[in-house]
Design a protein around this ligand. Structure first.
Ligand SMILES: NC(=O)c1ccc[n+]([C@@H]2O[C@H](COP(=O)([O-])OP(=O)(O)OC[C@H]3O[C@@H](n4cnc5c(N)ncnc54)[C@H](OP(=O)(O)O)[C@@H]3O)[C@@H](O)[C@H]2O)c1
Length: 338
């Protein structure tokens, strides 16, 4: 990191170098309560100044709103920015608990055109399958995605929440640059099968929710009491009632390590995720989400923190003690199918 700028990591075997920390843009339009558009725009700009180049969105975030929100920023910085978006998941705005998942060719073809239109872009740098539709063979889905690469609509392919076996099958059809899955001090299930498969195939891991959706920063303790009525986290099992109280107590070792580094809890949580690159021997580019420039500054500084073996020993047992699954319905995750 020079002049506050972060280092870089490869995005897949032949992919571009990106800032070793990306930016999750979802909360700017969706899921985490009211957002201030000006602050979100300032966050995008500040992140770029600090060397963040991978910007993460999806067609599902606000029913296309998040892609539309990113379009002007993308246009202004097209050559500096790697934009990642996703297809497969639809969340009806009037029924936010419902999930419609499709991986078939006609769906993918209309989804990519719609994303390109909303992003006002000629090409998507990294196109993810957001969720797995088990009714469609993964080889067929990736076959369609590979056609989009050949047609110049998409540069690289990614998969979210796939199992190790699904990743291997997909990679056999077309190189997969990145797997995006939840990975944090609270969520380590992907280490069993997905991470080893990614390392073996030369796939970059892009951990989402690396701050445990904010819970690991200590900024809220019980979603039911601390967050607004429309906040998605109020419907997640880990963040309310007895589970939330039990999970808040798990932050004590994070506090201890934070004190010894003069760091925040969030920085220790992110440093732990970044350090998994060395622990597991593969490129890791987490995408913490924030809508505030000062938090991007704080979060990118975590790339400078190295945790000692003793500190890792203190932090590693936390995940096994977490109360509640990471989603109410785990069938949509890799762990739910492995
Ligand atoms: N593939 C998938 O299925 C999937 C699922 C979920 C998310 N994602 C992607 O991953 C990105 C990141 O995940 P996430 O947003 O769910 O969770 P996250 O990055 O773990 O946490 C985001 C939350 O932490 C808060 N936060 C960020 N930095 C902070 C700091 N320094 N101090 C205190 N609070 C801080 C944010 O609030 P403010 O915004 O107010 O700062 C926000 O509420 C998303 O934006 C999205 O692009 C993908």
């Amino acid at each position: 990191m020079t002049n506050g700028r972060i280092g870089t990591a490869a995005l897949g075997g032949n992919g571009p170098e990106v800032g070793v920390q990306g930016l999750g843009c979802m909360g700017m339009s969706f899921a985490y309560g009211p957002a201030d558009a000006d602050a979100s725009r300032a966050t995008l700009e500040r992140a770029l100044e600090l060397g963040v180049t991978l910007y993460d969105t999806a067609d599902a975030y606000g029913d296309g709103d998040n892609e539309r929100f990113l379009a002007p920023f993308l246009k202004a910085h097209r050559d500096e920015v790697v934009v990642a978006t996703k297809f497969a998941l639809a969340i009806p705005p009037d029924d936010p608990d419902r999930r419609i998942i499709r991986n078939d060719a006609p769906y993918i073809r209309q989804a990519v055109e719609a994303s390109l239109r909303r992003l006002e872009a000629d090409v998507i740098d990294l196109y993810y399958m957001h969720r797995r539709d088990v009714n469609v063979p993964i080889e067929e889905t990736v076959g369609t995605m590979a056609e989009l690469v050949r047609e110049g609509k998409v540069r690289q392919l990614g998969l979210s929440e796939v199992t190790g076996d699904e990743l291997r099958a997909a990679h056999g059809v077309h190189p997969i640059a990145a797997v995006q899955s939840e990975w944090s001090l609270f969520s380590r299930d992907i280490e069993a099968k997905v991470v080893p498969a990614a390392r073996e195939l030369g796939v970059t891991l892009v951990p989402y929710s690396p701050l445990g959706r904010g819970f690991l920063t200590g900024s809220f303790a019980d979603a039911g009491q601390d967050l607004t009525a429309d906040d998605f986290r109020r419907r997640m099992p880990r963040f309310t009632g007895d589970n939330a109280a039990a999970n808040a107590a798990l932050l004590d070792p994070v506090r201890t390590v934070a004190r010894s580094h003069g760091a925040t809890l969030g920085q220790i949580a992110l440093a732990w995720v970044h350090q998994q690159a060395a622990v597991h021997g593969l490129p890791v580019v987490p995408i913490p989400g924030t809508r505030r420039p000062t938090r991007v500054e704080e979060n990118t500084k975590a790339t400078r923190i190295t945790l000692t073996d003793e500190e890792l020993t203190l932090l590693n047992p936390i995940a096994a003690k977490v109360a509640g699954p990471r989603y109410a319905d785990m069938t949509f995750t890799s762990a739910g199918r492995e």
